[in-house]
Write a protein that binds this ligand. Structure first.
Ligand SMILES: [Zn+2]
Ligand SMILES: [Zn+2]
Length: 138
């Protein structure tokens, strides 16, 4: 049996998989998520601080949900999320569709490999620079 302490309330529980959170805290968090999701849908112009305050969730938590692509903001939302590689504005997650496809293609979908992403970002930057130089020459 795999027993762990819940990272939120410290209670000991039978750990199976996923984040080390006990079932009580997990369902509470899920409820918070639903509240947050509804709030964003009803208030598409709210910023992160407002969402955090109104829904009683930490800004860190909101960021995590965005990264997991569970929360999606509207097109004209004031919350600027940008692709970690090319800075294109996106509505959810960490990368734009183009970079996502590139990571999938070049790195075999290693989205969590920080070093690989950094290298990829650098090589991408170089490519952009080259394209720019080429354009200059025309
Ligand atoms: Zn707990
Ligand atoms: Zn991108």
């Amino acid at each position: 049996m795999n027993v762990r302490n819940c990272v939120k309330c410290g209670k000991i529980f039978n750990y199976i998989t996923g984040p080390p959170i006990c079932p009580t805290c997990k369902s509470e968090l899920e409820e918070r998520f639903q509240i947050t999701k509804r709030y964003i849908r009803d208030n598409p112009h709210a910023n992160i601080a407002e969402i955090s305050e109104e829904c009683d969730v930490s800004i860190k938590m909101i960021h995590q949900w965005v990264r997991e692509e569970r929360l999606i903001f509207s097109e004209d939302s004031p919350i600027g999320i940008s692709c970690e590689i090319c800075d294109t504005s996106i509505r959810t997650g960490r990368f734009c569709d183009v970079c996502k496809a590139d990571i999938q293609h070049n790195l075999g979908g290693a989205y969590d490999n920080k070093e690989a992403i950094e290298n990829f970002k650098r090589s991408r930057g170089k490519k952009e620079e080259m394209r720019f130089l080429n354009r200059d020459r025309d």
